[in-house]
Design a protein around this ligand. Structure first.
Ligand SMILES: Nc1nc2c(ncn2[C@@H]2O[C@H](COP(=O)(O)OP(=O)(O)OP(=O)(O)O)[C@@H](O)[C@H]2O)c(=O)[nH]1
Ligand SMILES: Nc1ccn([C@@H]2O[C@H](COP(=O)(O)OP(=O)(O)O)[C@@H](O)[C@H]2O)c(=O)n1
Ligand SMILES: [Mg+2]
Length: 194
């Protein structure tokens, strides 16, 4: 496994709930052909399958809390293995959520070459999520859960950015701009890898 994905680029995409991680990842896939793995989407797929594990996950996600580290990491790892032969690079969206998640990822899979820090103001994120909630059908796109996700982001996930900043791989992207301008900065960060 470690061998198989040794040469693939690994990019962490980190930012608050509703900051625009998924939106930017979609555009990266279109331009660069990278493999997009959203940890939230993987978890939601497990919930949708109706499995026992999915039921446990649903309760946690509904509350805006973090699911156990091993659960998410195993899902990401399986998804990476499945694509290892064809992938030029991996966008790991919504992970790590806490420093420990990053450390375990590196032990079991490998080191990221870049962390895209998608940055928007708290009030912007809440506004976007309330709007998305009108149509997303996501059980966690409601005012109460959004607030909890945001609190947890500031408490647990921002330290992740500090941690990788000290390693010199963080590119902070202003996500208050229109989507295409934000993407211009994202693309620049990726082009600078080469
Ligand atoms: N104006 C503006 N809206 C954006 C931008 N990026 C995303 N949005 C909107 O904000 C909402 C959230 O964007 P997502 O890409 O789903 O955000 P996310 O970071 O993946 O959010 P989670 O899945 O909750 O982690 C969507 O409804 C987007 O249309 C942006 O750069 N500018
Ligand atoms: N690495 C992860 C990713 C998501 N999750 C859970 O899945 C939910 C949705 O994640 P997401 O990345 O789609 O959305 P945001 O919370 O970033 O808006 C989170 O609120 C957590 O409950 C997690 O526990 N660990
Ligand atoms: Mg998302």
């Amino acid at each position: 496994m470690a061998d198989k994905i040794k040469d693939a680029k690994i990019i962490f995409v980190v930012g608050g709930p509703g900051s625009g991680k998924g939106t930017q990842c979609e555009k990266v896939v279109a331009k660069y052909g990278y493999t997009h793995l959203s940890s939230g989407d993987l978890l939601r797929a497990e919930v949708a399958s109706g499995s026992e594990r999915g039921k446990t996950l649903q309760a946690i996600m509904q509350k805006g809390e973090l699911v156990p580290l091993d659960t998410v990491l195993d899902m990401i790892k399986d998804a990476m293995i499945a694509k290892a032969d064809v992938s030029k690079g991996f966008l790991i969206d919504g992970y790590p959520r806490e420093v420990k998640q990053g450390e375990e990822f590196e032990k079991k899979i490998g080191a990221p070459c870049l962390l895209l820090y998608i940055d928007a103001k708290g009030e912007t994120m809440v506004k976007r999520l309330m709007k998305r909630g009108e149509t997303s059908g996501r059980a966690d796109d409601n005012e109460e859960t959004i607030k909890k996700r945001l609190d947890l982001y500031y408490k647990a996930t921002e330290p992740v950015i500090t941690f990788y900043t000290s390693r010199g791989i963080v590119r902070k992207i202003d996500s208050e701009l229109p989507v295409d301008e934000v993407f211009g900065h994202v693309a620049k960060a990726i082009d600078d890898l080469k």
